[in-house]
Design a protein around this ligand. Structure first.
Ligand code: TNX
Length: 529
């Protein structure tokens, strides 16, 4: 039988007719009663209205996407590939043998949504069609994650002659509370391979994160190839905490990570931490080293902080940084460039302020906006620069008063490298122990007293890697807490409730197990198997 590729206009007409009349359905299927409100969706959607029936995902299902938009088609392909992985079921995208199609998933582009957020989406789930409406491919992608979370592990094999995975019917209207929902990985203290990084990005995508911040440089290692300054990686990448081999990404590899994240509508934000946390760079090129209070560069495999600094008054330092920012900006589509700026205890305050103001200009010159840890508020930063709160709410407030937006990442609440409790296998505890309930039970919107919501860009969960060096250890610290942070970023406070969240979190078990994700089996959650 030949595969028939529909012309665009015809296809749109057919899709509409299918949705409206479902006239192709040969036989009525007796779906069991469902309740869409009982689904373990994380982050919790804004509005869910159940209609108590089901859509049967099966071999007679086809995906169609807004035809004129290749980005929407890619979202459809992504859904099909995840369905293939999970269920071993092939669902065609925009190509199907017309006689065999009985149910469709249509990913449609539209402006008519309740919310005007770019990532808003709507899902109408009926017996014979699922209509996913979004105004952007990013919105469609977020909606696809909701749909993935609705697909059960077990098929129902009694309703028709072939297995059918029942998706509860109803309507979902959804949009994020914050436009920036990030996670950070420190690849400097320990190096993580491209595949390990991609693995984490794919997990973050499932929970609707849209930003992945890579902490690319620190005292123990410089992790990204800079062609004009080759010793950064020839010398500076060869160490890590504990004395392991270190490593770095070539620019091609970095681009590959960026592209992988972009397929998941996640933006990669590169960080070059400076003027402190620069021992690896200074070891590679000792002329940049600040002397004064800073310790002489040498291979560092310990966990100390605050002892290294660039020289804030050398022209060569800024010529070097101009090259670094330029080369990275050329391969980084994100509008943001993270300049670090934390814990520069070996840089005199006057030098620090001078340095941050100079570097901010370099970043602007290369068409990017700076993000910096809250210490940068000491400098006269421009309103387009974003401050990232980690330890000083007052600094965040100060930056916001000058017009900057703030990313909320308080160590005490959202540092994924903090231990869960005294028994944790990995992690630190200098800021707090963060059990799974404490990780969830706080409000990023009111955390900084006096900070208006308009000043909050969003939230980010950093994962520093002094005590972890592979995916298993990374996942032990990240999961399940990062799932809660996904909800803090997406779902408004009025809709969050620990008891309700806890049972939806337990509902993540099939996903975690199917994908072999290591996670901490917090005793606060009933993990049914
Ligand atoms: C503080 S948070 C740091 C990092 C460490 C982390 C360990 C921040 C901006 N700086 O250098 O890795 O604590 O938890």
């Amino acid at each position: 039988m030949k595969t028939y590729v529909f012309p665009k206009s015809f296809l749109m007409g057919c899709v509409t007719i299918l949705i409206l009349s479902c006239s192709k359905i040969p036989k009525k299927i007796e779906y069991p009663e469902t309740d869409l409100r009982n689904a373990s969706l994380i982050p919790k959607p804004l509005k869910v209205v159940p209609t108590n029936s089901a859509f049967g995902l099966d071999a007679k299902t086809a995906i169609y996407t807004a035809q004129t938009d290749s980005e929407f088609e890619k979202v459809g392909q992504f859904l099909a590939s995840k369905i293939a992985f999970q269920l071993d079921l092939t669902v065609p995208v925009n190509t199907a043998e017309s006689e065999t199609v009985e149910r469709i998933i249509f990913i449609n582009r539209t402006e008519t949504l309740d919310s005007d957020a770019p990532e808003a989406y709507q899902l109408y789930i009926k017996n014979d069609s699922i209509l996913l409406n979004a105004r952007s491919a990013a919105g469609a992608f977020r909606g696809v994650q909701t749909l993935r979370q609705l697909i059960p592990e077990q098929s129902n094999d009694t309703l028709t002659t072939q297995p059918m995975w029942l998706i509860p019917s109803g309507k979902i209207d959804d949009a994020p509370n914050f436009e920036y929902r990030g996670a950070m990985l420190d690849v400097a203290r320990h190096f993580f391979t491209v595949d390990q990084v991609k693995r984490y990005i794919d997990q973050l995508a499932y929970y609707k994160f849209n930003a992945f911040h890579m902490h690319l440089t620190d005292d123990q290692g410089w992790r990204l190839e800079i062609k004009s300054w080759p010793k950064l990686t020839e010398v500076g990448a060869q160490s890590e905490v504990g004395g392991g081999p270190g490593g770095f990404y070539t620019q091609e590899e970095f681009k590959d990570i960026v592209a992988y994240a972009a397929e998941r509508h996640i933006e990669v934000i590169p960080e070059v931490d400076m003027p402190g946390h620069t021992n690896a760079a200074n070891l590679s090129y000792p002329i940049f080293h600040a002397k004064g209070k800073a310790e002489t560069p040498r291979v560092r495999t310990d966990m100390k902080v605050g002892y290294s600094s660039f020289d804030a008054y050398k022209d060569t330092v800024y010529a070097f940084l101009d090259d670094v920012v330029r080369e990275i900006s050329e391969i980084s589509p994100s509008p943001y460039f993270h300049i670090g700026g934390d814990e520069s205890h070996a840089t005199p305050k006057k030098d620090y302020i001078h340095f941050i103001e100079k570097v901010e200009k370099i970043v602007q010159k290369h068409g990017k906006r700076s993000i910096g840890w809250n210490e940068i508020a000491q400098a006269d930063i421009s309103p387009s620069t974003v401050g990232q709160l980690w330890n000083e709410p007052e600094s965040a407030l100060k930056a916001a008063e000058r017009g900057s937006k703030i990313i909320i990442s308080p160590a005490k609440k959202i540092y994924l490298d903090m231990k869960y409790d005294t028994l944790s296998k990995h992690g630190l505890n200098w800021a707090a122990y963060i059990p799974v309930d404490d990780a969830y039970n706080w409000d990023p919107e009111t955390y900084v007293k006096g900070l208006p919501k308009e000043s909050i860009l969003g939230i980010e969960a950093p994962l520093w890697s002094e005590t972890i060096s592979n995916s298993e250890e990374l996942e032990y610290l990240a999961f399940p807490r990062v799932i809660g942070y996904a909800e803090l970023g997406w779902t408004p406070a009025e809709q969050r409730d620990w008891e309700d969240y806890k049972s939806r979190l337990a509902g993540q078990l099939p996903y975690l197990q199917r994908n072999n994700i290591n996670f901490y089996r917090s005793p606060l959650v009933v993990w049914e198997e």
